[in-house]
Write a protein that binds this ligand. Structure first.
Ligand code: IMP
Length: 196
């Protein structure tokens, strides 16, 4: 089965392909359908943005597709950056500036709990399905590690003894990450669909 992943983010395509591994599902990118424009993401929630992106692509290109949107929710910052995770420190979507802003806003606060939330919206055969993945953790006092992308150097997933996402192997991250959880739910659904 071939399905379009409505994202322009190559890191996400790489991670999702790793998670899918040897399954019969092949991901195609937006470029494969001639979509090179920026897809609007103007909704007030993570789920709203995931739905908006999937609907844009399905309506304009008449294809089955899925999109995903991810946010980091920091409890001491009242759930921020949340839906503004990509642009927390400005329009440039600069991960270094984003991480610096979180570390500065939290200061030395001892309440550092946070979570990554991914929502996937799948449009298939005229129906829509939503899948969610959550990874609980905390914000580090400083950056550690060199792997991953985005906020990985400051996110300490629960149960990994203070290691950041950026210090885990790809396989370790995919096993427990918000995106890994949501993508496996999607995969399960698609596999069942292809059997029926
Ligand atoms: P979006 O879903 O593309 O809007 O991404 C939201 C923001 O979250 C971007 O700044 C990404 O870099 C960041 N992000 C998404 N997934 C991850 C992740 O797995 N680790 C670290 N940062 C992430």
């Amino acid at each position: 089965m071939e399905i379009i992943f409505a994202t322009g983010n190559p890191n996400k395509i790489k991670e999702v392909n790793q998670i899918l591994g040897d399954t019969k599902i092949t991901i195609k990118g937006l470029k494969d359908i001639g979509c090179t424009e920026d897809i609007p993401e103007t909704q007030p929630t993570i789920q709203g943005n995931a739905i908006q992106k999937a609907n844009y692509v399905t309506q304009k290109y008449q294809v089955n597709c899925f999109s995903e949107d991810t946010g980091l929710e920091v409890d001491a910052l009242h759930g921020e950056p949340g839906v503004n995770t990509a642009r927390y420190a400005g329009k440039g979507k600069d991960p270094e500036a984003n991480m610096a802003k979180i570390l500065q806003n939290l200061g030395t606060s001892t309440n550092r709990t946070a979570r990554f939330r991914t929502v996937i919206a799948l449009n298939i055969n005229g129906h829509q399905h939503i899948f969610e993945g959550i990874c609980e953790g905390a914000i580090a006092l400083q950056k550690t590690g060199t792997g991953g992308f985005g906020y990985d150097p400051i996110f300490l997933p629960k149960g990994y003894h203070g290691k950041s996402f950026a210090e885990l192997t790809k396989e370790e991250k995919n096993q427990i990450s918000h995106r890994g959880i949501a993508v496996r739910k999607l995969l399960n659904f698609l596999e069942n669909l292809s059997k029926s």
